[in-house]
Unconditional design. Structure first.
Length: 156
């Protein structure tokens, strides 16, 4: 029964998140923030996170303003990242990817702002994405991350 529920969850989240996630292997900003989700076939929390992107209205609204890509750790694939050739293994080494999901969030200029190793609840991800949105529109400076997270109640 658990396997059937997991299979249904995977199918539904993949179906509904497909319009949010770019199919391209050319990872670009195009004037938007970027989220890269490192995932694997056996990662239940990867599917939970993609389901959150669809079902949580506030998270969904923020996600729609970004370019979102997935990188599967299950095999080898060629990519371009900001116009430069790379591949799955090189990105895993560059970003020290050890677990899935592993979520990288970049501002519209391609600066890595957050890296979230493991699953993060929408209550955590929403403030992260709001901060990046604020960086992109000039509301925040990158050096203000600590005070922003304190005000959001994420850290003390």
């Amino acid at each position: 029964m658990k396997n059937l529920i997991l299979l249904i969850t995977v199918f539904v989240s993949t179906l509904f998140s497909s319009d949010l996630i770019q199919k391209s292997t050319d990872i670009v900003t195009n004037g938007k923030s970027v989220m890269i989700i490192f995932e694997s076939k056996t990662c239940t929390y990867c599917e939970v996170f993609k389901k959150d992107l669809v079902e949580n209205k506030e998270l969904n609204a923020l996600a729609k303003e970004m370019n979102i890509y997935t990188v599967s750790r299950d095999g080898y694939q060629e990519f371009t990242l900001w116009g430069k050739p790379t591949n799955t293994r090189s990105m895993e080494m560059t970003f020290a990817i050890k677990v899935t999901p592993n979520i990288l969030i970049f501002d519209k200029n391609g600066r890595k702002i957050w890296q979230v190793p493991g699953y993060a609840d929408p209550s955590i991800m929403i403030p992260y994405l709001k901060f990046v949105k604020g960086l992109d529109d000039g509301t925040y400076k990158v050096t203000e991350w600590r005070s922003y997270l304190q005000k959001a109640g994420i850290i003390k």
